[in-house]
Design a protein around this ligand. Structure first.
Ligand code: 475
Length: 829
């Protein structure tokens, strides 16, 4: 019967004229068809946004075509698959990335020109998909691109939030948050799968039953919510493979409603059903700490439960014996946020599939691996026992059982060392008894990954020391990477052409190691000319953007000095601003001849503060207060401009990074797990001014410390410096600039007082005072280097040339080989 259907399908396929055509004429027809039949506008009258919609749908058709072929191929080959579970994916825009990865950018550009449109203008119509906070979420997006490009049989699973990360607007220099209702104008990149849906259960009670002479626990849930799949195709570059990012949305379930209908309260029944949807409503905008909120726990379990039902259904399509599960399934959890999946796998295997405990635990331990993105023990998630017991009563029992067995095992290794046992326990006793999700993950996962070498050391020696001593083989370093497709090919086309021209090939887009070939030409004057032109054009674009947004005019001859990332005390944007104040103060005290020697700077800062994070919000306000004063001071002119770019997001980064000369990464050593922004700047030939923290240490190894500006206390010095506490005096210069803020030189004296307190009087936890003098020296070194444009350009070329290690392709290869045990599965063209 199957053969019969296949023959019919092949006949139909021939009638359809094979694959979708990608020549300019076919694309024009296709876009116009979408204008008429998808957007429902006249072919003769549609605006830029409607043209974008039609264009996006035309691209979507091509994505779906490859995505179908890929999934048929995966199904046929049935390889071991990697399932990447993450509560956040920060995808940004899709259009340009898609046409580039599909290899049909020129054809589309041409087709649009014929229709009287400009591809780039239409691309600007697209909004950002911002279903994530920052580093962790953008990393997940880069890794999806690499998984597709490297032909791995991978699935991403996450949540389809109705509201992404808030939009930041600035009113009088203060941050305000506005909802990001990103689905308002439709989302052409997703496919709604009304038939792919699973019930997810919450609350209720546990009952004991005897089944076949065996005592069993039965969970009688109190609420059921339906999870509906939305599929987002992720195309690989230079391959036919397109993988799937499946995001779940919550919809009311029909299951428990009959009762309310029969009681006659029809209206209330409907209103209550609607409440189910709140689960996937909104992304939590805080990337600092876990707060033990019920909705957050429900979000975690909701997407985990639906994903596992989907994964197990796919497994059972072809297999009946769970012994084979670890040969077919690898589960990666992105930080501990999805770690309730460990208890869920146990529940399904033991309660539903009737496996005995140790067999089920053996399976769980061989499928899970975790990556930790936090540094501070406070950043690790804890769920209050009362909360977990109410929302997921059976999971709490399972976690207790896992912990009981863990404690028995630990006693065998460590005897009666109760301090150690209590530190390693999954259950934390104390005022609020809680479940430590990190300890649960460590107990189960076969691999625990750090995101840079320094970070892994911190995990081994501090955060998870006890676990490391017990299971050293679990701990691995997978230094982060970013995708060169988005961060060079999409965002910096001029650089992309230069690289391809000088290497004589485009192969570096799939094989980044080749980029090292640029080193050979680092002193070539012709390359220097092209390189400088490229930078200038990108700076021009950025300058226009700055002027449109902030009305500040900036000089293209100035050094564009950039710090863009989430605002955090440990990332020390305050150090940057205090440095700017120092620079301003120096200029104010100069005579005209001194001023001629000043290297002009445009200091650009951007980033969002979590809505409840007071210190971070004050930093944003201080930035604006300083900008107001400096930018309007005739003594300063073009020597110094200060700009805060509002609403920093992925597309803003795509514009800013290629146009910057210098970028700053100032975290107090030991606090940034990795940092991935620095890698994007590095690829774009932007010099780094950084502390020896996270991935910057490895970047220095790759490009040579002489090609960047490193400064500040080292990771192993920090604890001793903190010990010294109050006796540690910052420099006079530091005291002076803080005093200026305190005295109200920039206004808002009372408002900034508590911010100043965080860095003075022995407070200074992040050692701004201690590092200030050396920060200024590093800045001075950057000024000197900038004056020598030949030297600067050479350093810039060497930065790009040395960025190969920081491609997410390398990261993903390491995961595939060292953690997941998966092989590529390439769909034939
Ligand atoms: C690190 N986000 C970077 C990056 O590995 C690192 C936490 C809680 C809730 C929601 N989001 C978070 C993070 O912890 C996060 O983004 N961490 C970052 O992960 C990728 O490069 O150093 O701070």
């Amino acid at each position: 019967e199957f053969g019969d259907r296949k023959a019919k399908a092949e006949k139909m396929f021939r009638l359809m004229d094979g694959f979708l055509k990608n020549d300019s004429i076919s694309l024009q027809k296709d876009i116009l068809d979408h204008v008429e039949f998808t957007v429902a506008r006249s072919r003769f009258n549609f605006d830029d946004f409607e043209a974008y919609q039609a264009l996006a749908h035309s691209v979507r058709d091509r994505l779906i075509e490859r995505w179908h072929d890929t999934h048929l191929h995966f199904k046929k080959k049935d390889p071991k698959r990697i399932y990447f579970l993450s509560l956040e994916f920060l995808m940004g825009r899709s259009l340009t990335n898609s046409v580039i990865n599909l290899g049909i950018q020129d054809q589309y550009a041409d087709a649009l020109t014929q229709l009287g449109f400009d591809f780039e203008v239409l691309a600007e119509q697209e909004g950002d998909a911002a279903l994530g906070n920052g580093g962790l979420a953008r990393l997940a997006a880069c890794q999806m691109d690499s998984l597709a490009t490297l032909d791995y049989p991978a699935w991403g699973y996450g949540l389809r939030y109705q509201y992404g990360l808030f939009r930041q607007i600035i009113v009088d220099g203060f941050q305000h948050e506005q909802p990001d209702f990103w689905l308002n104008f439709g989302n052409p990149w997703e496919i709604e799968r009304v038939h792919v849906s699973y019930p997810v259960k919450f609350y209720g009670t546990i009952e004991e039953e005897v089944l076949n002479g065996k005592k069993c626990k039965i969970w009688i849930p109190g609420e059921s919510v339906e999870a509906v799949a939305y599929d987002n195709p992720i195309p690989g570059y230079g391959t036919r493979n397109a993988i799937n990012l499946r995001l779940w949305a919550a919809k009311p379930s029909d299951q428990y409603d009959m009762e309310s209908y029969t009681t006659g309260d029809y209206i209330n029944a409907i209103v209550n059903r609607q409440k189910a949807e709140t689960i996937s409503n909104v992304l939590y905008p805080d990337d600092r700490s876990y707060q033990g909120k019920e909705l957050r726990l429900k979000q975690q379990y909701f997407f985990v439960s639906a994903s596992l039902q989907d994964i197990i259904r796919r497994f059972k399509d072809l297999h009946s014996n769970f012994d084979e599960f670890p040969d077919k399934v690898a589960l990666q959890i992105n930080d501990t946020h999805p770690s309730i999946s460990i208890a869920e796998v146990m529940r399904v295997l033991v309660d539903e599939e009737n496996l005995d405990w140790s067999k089920a635990w053996g399976i769980a331990c061989s499928i899970f691996s975790v990556t930790i993105h936090a540094v501070q023990p406070e950043g690790l998630e804890k769920i209050p026992v009362d909360l977990l017991g109410s929302v997921l009563p059976r999971h709490l029992e399972i976690i207790y059982e896992i912990n009981h067995r863990l404690m028995e095992e630990l006693k065998k290794s460590f005897g009666q060392d109760y301090d150690r046992l209590s530190r390693m326990s999954i259950v934390e006793e104390g005022a609020v008894k809680s479940i430590r999700m990190a300890n649960l993950s460590l107990a189960c996962c076969h691999t625990v990954n750090g995101v840079s070498r320094v970070h892994l050391e911190t995990l081994k020696t501090r955060v998870f020391k006890d676990f490391y001593e017990l299971w050293p083989q679990k701990f691995q370093c997978k230094t982060n990477g970013v995708t060169q497709r988005r961060w060079i090919v999409v965002s910096n086309p001029s650089l992309c052409s230069i690289i391809s021209k000088w290497l004589g090939t485009e192969a570096w887009i799939r094989n980044i190691d080749l980029i090292a070939g640029l080193r050979e030409y680092a002193k070539d004057p012709d390359l220097h000319t092209e390189w400088k032109n490229m930078k200038r054009v990108n700076k021009m674009r950025l300058a226009e953007y700055i002027e449109t947004l902030t009305s500040v005019k900036v000089s293209l001859d100035a050094m564009f000095d950039v710090q863009i990332k989430r605002i955090h005390a440990y990332k020390r944007q305050l150090l940057n601003i205090l440095g700017i104040i120092h620079r301003y103060d120096c200029i104010k005290n100069m005579d005209e001849s001194d001023k001629r020697r000043v290297v002009p700077r445009v200091c650009i800062i951007g980033g969002k503060a979590a809505p409840g994070y007071e210190v971070a919000k004050k930093i944003i306000k201080l930035c604006h207060a300083v900008a107001d004063k400096v930018n309007n001071d005739p003594d300063v002119g073009d020597l110094l401009k200060v700009v805060f770019i509002p609403d920093y997001n992925v597309s803003v980064a795509e514009l800013v990074i290629p146009g910057s000369d210098l970028s700053q990464h100032l975290s107090t050593a030991g606090h940034e797990a990795s940092g991935t922004g620095c890698m994007k700047f590095l690829m774009n030939g932007c010099l780094l001014l950084a502390t020896a923290d996270g991935s910057a240490v490895e970047i220095a190894e790759e490009i040579g410390a002489a090609n960047m500006f490193l400064f500040g206390a080292k990771v192993d010095e920090v604890p001793a410096l903190r010990e010294k506490g109050t006796t540690l005096k910052g420099s006079l210069q530091f005291a002076r600039v803080v005093r200026m803020v305190r005295d109200g030189y920039f206004g808002f004296k009372d408002y900034f007082k508590s911010l100043c307190d965080t860095v003075e009087d022995g407070g200074d936890f992040y050692l701004l005072g201690y590092d200030f003098a050396r920060y200024l020296e590093a800045q001075a070194a950057a000024d000197r280097a900038f004056v020598d444009q030949v030297k600067w350009t050479q350093m810039s070329i060497l930065s790009t040339a040395g960025s190969g290690k920081f491609s997410s392709d390398r990261t993903i290869e390491e995961y595939a080989q060292q953690s997941w045990g998966i092989e590529p599965c390439k769909c034939p063209f």
